[in-house]
Design a protein around this ligand. Structure first.
Ligand SMILES: NC(=O)c1ccc[n+]([C@@H]2O[C@H](COP(=O)([O-])OP(=O)(O)OC[C@H]3O[C@@H](n4cnc5c(N)ncnc54)[C@H](OP(=O)(O)O)[C@@H]3O)[C@@H](O)[C@H]2O)c1
Length: 364
């Protein structure tokens, strides 16, 4: 990372080598500079959210697909904040409140050269990934949305979920699950939404979000319950596609975002390394696809793609109160406390036990 011409720096949470969460440190890096000012903005970050993909990136699992361009690498890609430097293209104005998912590319496929994450006082975002923040949301709520909201929306669209359909969503209390339940019920108008969650407050949350049936996955086996009444659509957020093949209707669709991706989907998002062929199978070779086919159903793996249109749809749904953010908690960027500070947010999110999203606020 070259130094800013005026020596300006900013604080961030970053890692200088792949490893466990212990390699994450609060450090100082150069303030954004040298990016394409025509199509990028600088956002003064107010809040940033954590996702399982951050853990995968940190421990090196994505090295072959999305290698870190340069160390130290700022972590987290969900952000909300205020435009500090507008783009020369005129899409945004200084002072506008926005939210975004940072991608290495815009949705036109154009690469953003200044690619870092959002857990920093400032970040750079391609305008194609940025949308005005719904005014009824706090910055913390807005930061919780982009990755999980767009993933759920894209998955349910890919599954061709239609009004009146029955849908089974695994992992209802997770970041993606909480969005998927709300979208399935209130946007797609599914006739029946069934989900899995631990009993107690997680099950109660899923019901409040719109699930018609919540199965305690620790004591009940959905394969044994839905032997006759099968589902038009199954959305797999927990790597249970093989079991879902037994509860999907003939002609139904299973869409998975969990477990190993297919070679085709990795290629679609830009993974070009030849070595990927050794690790990843084509869709037709996958046992999940074969299991679904045996029941005359379809199976696909989906990776989130950049889409300003999808984030705009989510902003409208949030603005109208059709869907709501679900936060597990808010932690403080400016605190080093193991529990209340930024470290606590990563510990909680990476535990895989969160109820909705773990968000770090930059407010003092
Ligand atoms: N392909 C993509 O583009 C994409 C995008 C986003 C996410 N993902 C993947 O999708 C998965 C879910 O992401 P997320 O952000 O929703 O994760 P998350 O927020 O970390 O999920 C945590 C929640 O999942 C629940 N859970 C875990 N195992 C479960 C099971 N077998 N049945 C029911 N609930 C279960 C946990 O509840 P308990 O504590 O009760 O177990 C917890 O509430 C991750 O593997 C992530 O990597 C992929």
């Amino acid at each position: 990372m070259t130094n800013h011409p005026d020596g300006k720096t900013m604080d961030c949470i970053a890692f200088s080598k792949y490893g466990s969460p212990d390699v994450l440190k609060k450090t100082s890096v150069s303030y954004p500079h040298g990016f394409d000012a025509q199509s990028n903005v600088v956002i003064k970050v107010h809040a940033s959210a954590i996702n399982p993909v951050d853990k995968a990136l940190l421990n090196g699992d994505l090295k072959m697909v999305r290698p870190v361009a340069e160390f130290p690498h700022v972590i987290s890609y969900d952000v909300s904040g205020v435009i500090a430097e507008a783009d020369a293209g005129g899409s945004f104005e200084v002072g506008q409140a926005v939210f975004a998912r940072l991608f290495g590319t815009a949705d036109d496929g154009k690469k953003t050269p200044w690619y870092r994450g959002a857990m920093a006082e400032y970040c750079v975002a391609n305008v194609a990934n940025v949308v005005v923040k719904p005014s009824n949301l706090t910055f913390e709520e807005a930061a919780s949305i982009p990755l999980v909201g767009m993933t759920a929306l894209q998955a349910l669209n890919a599954a061709n979920l239609k009004q009146g359909d029955s849908v089974f969503i695994s992992g209802g209390a997770g970041g993606v699950g909480t969005m998927a339940i709300q979208l399935a019920k209130h946007l797609f108008k599914a006739g029946l939404v069934v989900t899995t969650a631990s009993a107690g407050e997680k099950a109660d949350l899923c019901e409040a979000l719109g699930a018609d049936v919540v199965l305690d996955y620790k004591s009940k086996n959905f394969e044994e319950i839905y032997v006759e009444d099968k589902f038009d659509v199954c959305f797999d957020t927990t790597n249970e596609s093989l079991s879902m093949a037994n509860v999907v209707k003939e002609g139904g669709r299973i869409v998975s975002i969990a477990g190993m991706p297919t070679l085709e989907e990795i290629r679609r998002i830009g993974g070009t390394a030849w070595i990927l062929k050794l690790f990843l199978k084509r869709r037709e070779k996958r046992k999940e696809y074969k299991a679904a086919k045996k029941h005359s159903a379809d199976w696909n793996y989906l990776f989130l793609s950049p889409s300003q249109a999808d984030l705009t749809t989510l902003a409208e749904l949030l603005d109208s109160g059709t869907i709501k953010p679900v936060l597990d908690g808010i932690w403080k960027f400016h605190s080093e406390d193991e529990n209340a500070g930024w470290k606590g947010a990563f510990t909680r999110s990476f535990s895989g036990r969160a109820k909705g999203k773990c968000v770090v606020t930059f407010e003092q």
